[in-house]
Design a protein around this ligand. Structure first.
Ligand code: ADP
Ligand code: MG
Length: 306
């Protein structure tokens, strides 16, 4: 019997992850479905493109393997328009490789959007910022507040899942598809709250690290909100709010002082105020994803997008 791996034709390598490469693959039309079926399938479906993470698990430590298994388990339960969709996984035991098949995001990521804007000294229009903001919030809301979307909303009627914290929100982990739809991805560091009620092992980029984490306090959904505040700030200022530090210790001081440099001219007070609310030093004072979505301007962005 043909291996499920034979169903996919490997294309270019599109990225390098912490545990291996990410490759573009195309689902082959032949050998999988009959020729008649292929003809009747719309071209797009017969030749569907995916992103495939290729992880060499033989070279991984036990801890890293567990991390991967947890990422896969988290991803497969997340069905949302603004979250990179997980499709399948395959293990090649002989080669010691685990393949994870995901939705392909052909529009790059927000880190490259920011880099482009810098390079051409062309600020990102405020409407675009609100629009990205709204789409990321919809994804985050789905992760943070499963009770709202949980029971019954899954196609196969699975039990309500646990709250999920992303823990590594930064421009490189927010992808865009070919239609410029925003997709939250790279759940490599995420934790389902049931298995780790206090996830103290944050290893994300320090620029986006919340003050409570800097002080090694508990991590909760409000720490993701802090990181998102940093990200939205960076979309406007093209640099993170806290970054002028040479060492980790200096960065920690900057973050814990919480002085937010003003946004460049041209961005509204309304946007600046929302960012400030997300960068409140006290996590309890930061708005939740659900509260943010109720913001008038985000509500408008949502309606325009519908
Ligand atoms: P890591 O955990 O090492 O950061 P990522 O999942 O962020 O790994 O992937 C690393 C890079 O691979 C990304 O920055 C991106 O360039 C590319 N990549 C990852 N997933 C996708 C995807 N679904 N579609 C397109 N490119 C992707
Ligand atoms: Mg990443």
């Amino acid at each position: 019997m043909a291996s499920p791996l034979d169903q996919y034709e490997p294309l270019d390598i599109i990225g390098t992850g912490s545990f291996g490469i990410i490759r573009k693959v195309r689902r082959k039309a032949d050998g999988v479905v009959s020729r008649v079926a292929v003809r009747s399938l719309a071209g797009a479906d017969a030749l569907q493109i995916f992103a495939r993470k290729e992880l060499n698990f033989e070279r991984m430590s036990e801890r890293d393997r567990k991390q991967i298994v947890s990422e896969v388990n988290i991803l497969k339960d997340l069905h949302h328009e603004h979250i990179v969709r997980y499709h399948d996984r395959h293990v090649d035991r002989d080669a010691g490789v685990l393949y994870i098949l995901m939705e392909y995001c052909g529009g790059g990521d927000l880190a490259s959007v920011i880099k482009q804007a810098q390079r051409h000294s062309r600020p990102i229009p405020e409407d675009t910022v609100w629009n990205y903001f709204m789409q990321i919030l919809l994804a985050l809301n789905h992760c943070h507040h499963p009770q709202v979307h949980g029971r019954g909303s899954d196609v196969d009627g699975r039990e309500k899942r646990a709250q999920i914290l992303h823990r590594d929100i930064k421009p490189d982990n927010i992808f865009l598809d070919e239609n410029h739809i925003v997709k939250l991805g790279d759940f490599g560091l995420s934790k389902a709250l049931v298995q780790a009620s206090f996830a103290n092992t944050y290893v994300g980029t320090p620029y986006y690290m919340s003050p409570e984490l800097m002080q090694e306090k508990a991590y909760d959904s409000k720490s993701d909100i802090w990181s998102l505040g940093c990200l939205i700030y960076e979309l406007c200022a093209l640099k993170p709010p806290f970054h002028e530090a040479k060492t980790h210790a200096e960065l920690s001081i900057l973050i814990r002082n919480g002085r937010i440099p003003p946004l460049p001219k041209g961005y509204s007070t309304s946007l600046s105020n929302v960012i400030k609310s997300m960068l409140n030093l006290n996590p309890a004072m930061r708005p939740s994803a659900a509260q943010l979505l109720a913001h008038e301007r985000l509500d408008l962005a949502f309606k325009v997008n519908e």
